[in-house]
Design a protein around this ligand. Structure first.
Ligand code: HEM
Length: 145
């Protein structure tokens, strides 16, 4: 079943709020045929039925992903920005928040990168530099005596 809600994506309603149709994955999964081909990319639902014949790599690859979350396959191919732009034409709604996978909204895995180990980027070089300095001094002192 599809539900409607407000979100940052989808069509604008009259009061200026943006409305979006939410689909459960259960519903998406039903559209897995050449007659009705839906797939999910980054938490968004696309009806690619009319795109099947136009897909440069053929319809087979799309049909294989029909009714599922195709985010990973879509990214693995390294689709161009043109291909990403094309997605808009087939957008029909968002995956219901209860069915969203963690991180499924990520377009660029590096963009939402939480900097949990960032300390390593600057602490390690500093510690290494100090260590090399100490070793160098020690080596110099040893070679003098
Ligand atoms: C609605 C979703 C999709 C759109 C709009 C789309 C669009 C395109 C476009 C425009 C290209 C030409 C190359 C480029 O510009 O990147 C392409 C190539 C390709 N697509 Fe898709 N695609 C979609 C989904 C998928 C999915 C789910 C797969 C799954 C495996 C897939 C597999 C491929 C492959 C294998 C190529 C050929 C890459 C190559 O020859 O280097 N596409 N697609």
């Amino acid at each position: 079943m599809a539900t409607t809600g407000t979100s940052g994506s989808g069509g604008k309603s009259q009061d200026g709020e943006t409305s979006v149709t939410y689909y459960r994955m259960e519903e998406v999964a039903k559209h897995n045929t050449a007659k009705e081909t839906w797939l999910v990319i980054h938490g968004r639902v696309y009806d690619v039925t009319r795109f099947l014949n136009e897909h440069p790599a053929g319809e087979e690859v799309l049909l294989e992903q029909a009714g599922t979350d195709a985010s990973e396959s879509f990214e693995d191919i390294g689709h161009s920005s043109d291909a990403r732009e094309m997605l808009k034409q087939y957008y029909i709604g968002d995956v219901h928040p209860n069915d969203l996978k963690p991180n499924s909204g990520k377009k660029d895995p590096l963009k939402n990168h939480t900097c949990k180990s960032c300390w390593a980027y600057w602490i390690l070089p500093i510690v290494s530099a100090v260590l090399i300095g100490v070793l160098y001094r020690y080596y110099k002192m040893e070679s003098k005596s």
